[in-house]
Design a protein around this ligand. Sequence first.
Ligand SMILES: *Cc1c(COP(=O)(O)O)cnc(C)c1O
Length: 396
Amino acid sequence: MNSDWTQCAITPAVSHDGFASLGVAVYRASTIPFENAHAYATRRERGSEGYSYGLYGTPTTRTLERKITELEQGRRTLLTPSGQAAITAAMLCLLQTGDQVLIPDTVYPPVRDFADQDLARLGIEAAYYDPTDIDALARRMGGRARLVWVESPGSTTMEVQDLPAIAALAHARGALVGCDNTWATPLNFKPLAHGADIVVEGLTKYFCGHSDVIMGSITVRDAALADRLRNFLGRQGTGVSADDCALVLRGLETMALRMSYNARVAASLIEAIRRQPEVARVLYPALPETPGHAVWRRDFQGASGVFSVVFTPDAAPHVAAALDALRIFVIGASWGGTRSLAAPMPVRAHRTVRGWEGDDLVLRLSVGIESETDLAEDIDRFFTALRREMARGQAR
Ligand SMILES: *Cc1c(COP(=O)(O)O)cnc(C)c1O
């Protein structure tokens, strides 16, 4: 055996003098080498933002955390392996047996599932509330309420919540407020500036923007709360890969451009969709008929490219078959990428406080970055197919 073997295993240090890049370097690490035994023995003193083990972050993850912290106008950000993991980590870290958590009836359905299965098993009560009724929320809040969850607008049905009023109510009772801001992103709404203590983003959606990464973030205003969350995530063994962070950092560079285009094209498609006789309602915070529209006007900077279509009772049973006519829209879950998506969503089973009055199937559309004309033609193709299916249904 000669020293070539050792040379192969050791990476030389090279000069960085004169080098700069507009891109973000991908620093992968499990092991972080220490300069001496003393530095290793005292590594905990580097604090929750220092580098001591790859799980707790590298300069790449810190760069993404910092960018999100600034956009959210928060104190610190923690990254999680999915948006769902950000929500469950925040709840598990802050709640204990005997506590109550208030959750909007319109919450992202996997969160309801988590609360009913896992929080219930831990003796934590999930109480669901009508997202548009502050008085009802006040009545639902018990003495053991520790956390009020907000998702604005709500999943699929798009009700906008009055976060400042909810935060005032929760804080008066000693409860914290967490807000899922995935639809708006910090470009269109800043929950921490409107009273939330915690804001969660599904980075999978608009931040990443290319439908190829799953990641989430938790941003807080309070450094002690950030430490609690960082330590909790470390104990859980939860971290994210530097490569995935680099992809989200790249997507984030174009997020404002993508979202402004998504919103503009969504508004023009909605104008055409609303005129179709087969459509009962379009749900979109920027439309006056969507619950909470006045709050959206007051608190949000704009809208995103995701909206939902409720069909008339005679058209709704034929929507699924008519989706086969789409050539540009892709049928699939998640959203916020470059491609436009259509997802038929059942709503009724996910509402326990206020029954859903429209047809059970609501079509959620996410506008991507394809040409506006091509998308409009695809929507026309869908409605032509829908009318054909309805006529065929009548003939039968
Ligand atoms: C998609 C989504 C999430 C979860 O994000 P993942 O990264 O897919 O787990 C959370 N909240 C809302 C509102 C979402 O739409």
